[in-house]
Structures are given as structure tokens and as C-alpha cells.
Design a protein around this ligand. Structure first.
Ligand SMILES: *Cc1c(COP(=O)(O)O)cnc(C)c1O
Length: 370
């Protein structure tokens, strides 16, 4: 096989022809009925999301960031409070906490890049008002343990399930475990819109009502503003697109799992491979390996035309915005030097996947002999 010139993109957001026609038809229906905000597609999407996350309610919002912010507001988190979250996440997770006026406290990780429950429990104080575990890489974290910790200390749990729509643990879906859960459906996510989108899921009607008020400038009805908030509604067009994407979500997950299994079986000398355990289903938002010479491997892959990424090179507690940061992140500091995300998106060809394996194995073999 001569694959000199193979170029492998980390992500490919261009929409293939057959999907494009479906999306255009869905958008056209919205343009015709004209309910561009809070249209029937938004309500249909909310019903679907609630069913698929085993919840009573879902509230569609404009992004994953506002989903987290409004979920925290619904729990009355604010000034003087602390919220414990993962030291490894996107800025959005910590920003949502900080924007309420609360202080984000960063817990350490297990080797699978997800939260270490012991670290979470150690960081609980009288000020702790919520726990925000992240299901990083599209794998449900040790959520049973974290929910137990929350119960023991009487602290509610909000899952940041942004990367994990469709992931499962013990037959239960991501988003079904905490008091509330939040999703991002921005265009890079495995379940993504053609732009920005997010959702909050919950069980009680009071929370649904409050979040629905908060997502529309705190307006209880057309004229009465009961809460200081912002505009965080989802466009009907994005909801219509997401309904089309939802119909194909299972297919997308299956292809990602197939690629991940191929990597699991064939990659050599990588210390950690996110293998599929029996009681869980990971959806592989990212497939992240850990190697000693990470920067060397990244450069080597780049020379071979394969795009890789580090998700993310700066830990949240090291971000300038959250100084001085509190918590503990020793394991995370080690992992962040070694991790590399390789392409795992559903549009990869079998040839590309084999090419990626071949190049990584060539590099790690040389490294192990050096
Ligand atoms: C994507 C993401 C978010 C933010 O979602 P947006 O829709 O981009 O605002 C929050 N948390 C995690 C873990 C994410 O991956």
C-alpha cells in the first residue's frame, strides 16, 4: 500500500451530500413555518433528549456553557460558594462556575483522565455547593462514587456530559445520574448541531420551570422579569438539524467504537489505551493515548500528514483566569505531559485508520529501542 500522500484530518465537519439534503430539507421546513425561536422542533428535541437520558425533562439552550451556567443558577450557586470540578476540562466548565460568583475548586484525575472520587471528597468544605463531574473523552466517569459522595455531604451533582451523549455505564446513559446534567451540542461534538447548541436535563418540574425562565432573560412570562439572567435559547433551525442528526447518532457511535477497537487491538507500546470495559459504552469523543515522548510523536505524525491534538495542554488550575487556583492536580499534571488525541471521527476510512496505526507503532517501536 502506497500511502505517502495520505492526509488525515483530526475532524471533518463538512457534511456529506446525502446528509446535506436531509439537513437542507429540515431547515426549509423551519423557514416555511416561521417559528424561528421556540418552534415545534425545539419541543420535539426536548422530548427526545429527555427520553434518551431517562429524564422527565430536557430544556434546550444556546450552548453547553450556558447549560452549565443555568444549571448552577438553578441550584442557587453564587458568591461565597465553592464548586468542585475536574482539573482537566475546557474553560467553559470553570467559566460557568466562576460566572455565578462561586469559586471553582479543581480535583485530580485517575489514569483514564476522568475524576478521582477520593480527590473530590477530600476537597469538600462547608462552602461546597455543588459537584460538577465531567465525562471526559466521551466516557462516563466514576459517577456512582461521586453521586454517593454528594449524598453523604448533602451536595448536589451536575454532570457535565458535554462530550458523552450516548455513552453508558451499567446500562444507564450519561446525563441520567446527577441531580441535573448538561450537554453541549456544538458542531465538534459527536452529537452536534451546525453551530452552537446545548441542553439541560432534570427530573423535577420546578427545576425545569426555573431553567426555562433563566434561559430567556429571567422572564416568567412576556412582561415579568423575576430573575437576573441572559438570553440562552436554542434556534429552531439548530433543533431541526439536531433531530436529523439524532436519527443517525447510533450509527456514528458504532463507527467510532469500531475504529477505537481497531486501535485497541493494534497499537503497541502506548501506556494507556481507552479499552472498552464490559459494563460501559464509551462514545470516543476523543481517543487519547499516553506516551513518554508525546511532543516527538505529535511532530512525527504531523510529518506523516496525520493531524493530532492535545485536549488540552493547559490544565484548568493553571489558566490565568482562575488564579489563585485551589484544589489538587498532581496526577493531572503528569497526564497532561503525556496525552495525545488521535483522529477517531466516523468519516475516517479504513485505509486512514490502518495508516495511523502503522505510523504510531513505527514511532513507539523506535522509542522503545532507544
Ligand atoms: C464542549 C464542552 C463544553 C462547552 O460547550 P459549548 O457548547 O462549546 O459551550 C463544556 N464542557 C465540556 C466538557 C465540553 O467538552
Amino acid at each position: 500500500m502506497n500511502n505517502h500522500n495520505l492526509k488525515v484530518k483530526f475532524l471533518d465537519l463538512a457534511v456529506p451530500d446525502e446528509d446535506r439534503h436531509l439537513l437542507l430539507a429540515a431547515i426549509d421546513r423551519v423557514l416555511k413555518h416561521g417559528r424561528l425561536i421556540n418552534g415545534p422542533e425545539v419541543m420535539e428535541l426536548e422530548r427526545e433528549l429527555a427520553i434518551r437520558t431517562h429524564r422527565n425533562h430536557a430544556v434546550a439552550v444556546g450552548s453547553g456553557t450556558v447549560a452549565l451556567y443555568l444549571a448552577l443558577r438553578a441550584l442557587n450557586v453564587g458568591k461565597g460558594d465553592e464548586v468542585i470540578t475536574s482539573s482537566m476540562s475546557v474553560a467553559a466548565t470553570a467559566n460557568a462556575i466562576a460566572l455565578t460568583g462561586a469559586v471553582p475548586v479543581f480535583a485530580d484525575l485517575r489514569k483514564d483522565l476522568n475524576l478521582d472520587p477520593d480527590s473530590v471528597e477530600k476537597l469538600i468544605t462547608r462552602q461546597t455547593k455543588a459537584l460538577v463531574p465531567v465525562h471526559w473523552t466521551g466516557r462516563v466517569c466514576q459517577i456512582h462514587e461521586i453521586v454517593d459522595i454528594g449524598k453523604r455531604h448533602n451536595v448536589p451533582v451536575i454532570e457535565d456530559a458535554s462530550q458523552a451523549f450516548g455513552a453508558e455505564l451499567s446500562g444507564r446513559p450519561a446525563g441520567s445520574f446527577g441531580d441535573l446534567a448538561c450537554f453541549s451540542m456544538n458542531s465538534m461534538k459527536v452529537f452536534g448541531a451546525c453551530g452552537e447548541a446545548g441542553a439541560i436535563v432534570c427530573n423535577d418540574e420546578k427545576t425545569r420551570e426555573l431553567v426555562t425562565t433563566l434561559r430567556h432573560n429571567g422572564l416568567k412570562n412576556r412582561e415579568i422579569c423575576t430573575d437576573v439572567s441572559l438570553n440562552a435559547r436554542m434556534d429552531t433551525i439548530q433543533a431541526a438539524i439536531l433531530l436529523q442528526r439524532l436519527a443517525k447518532h447510533e450509527e456514528v457511535i458504532q463507527r467510532r467504537i469500531e475504529i477505537a477497537n481497531f486501535y485497541n487491538e493494534r497499537l503497541n507500546n502506548c501506556e494507556f489505551l481507552p479499552s472498552e470495559a464490559r459494563n460501559r459504552r464509551d462514545i470516543f469523543y476523543t481517543y487519547t493515548i499516553q506516551v513518554d515522548d508525546r511532543d516527538g510523536l505529535m511532530e512525527f505524525m504531523n510529518q506523516k500528514g496525520i493531524e493530532t491534538k492535545i485536549h488540552h495542554p493547559v490544565l484548568l488550575p493553571n489558566q490565568p483566569a482562575y488564579q489563585p487556583a485551589s484544589g489538587e492536580w498532581e496526577v493531572a499534571s503528569h497526564l497532561v505531559q503525556r496525552m495525545l488525541s488521535i483522529p477517531v471521527h466516523e468519516k475516517l476510512t479504513t485505509e486512514a485508520v490502518a495508516y495511523i496505526v502503522k505510523q504510531i507503532n513505527a514511532f513507539t517501536k523506535k522509542a522503545s529501542q532507544a
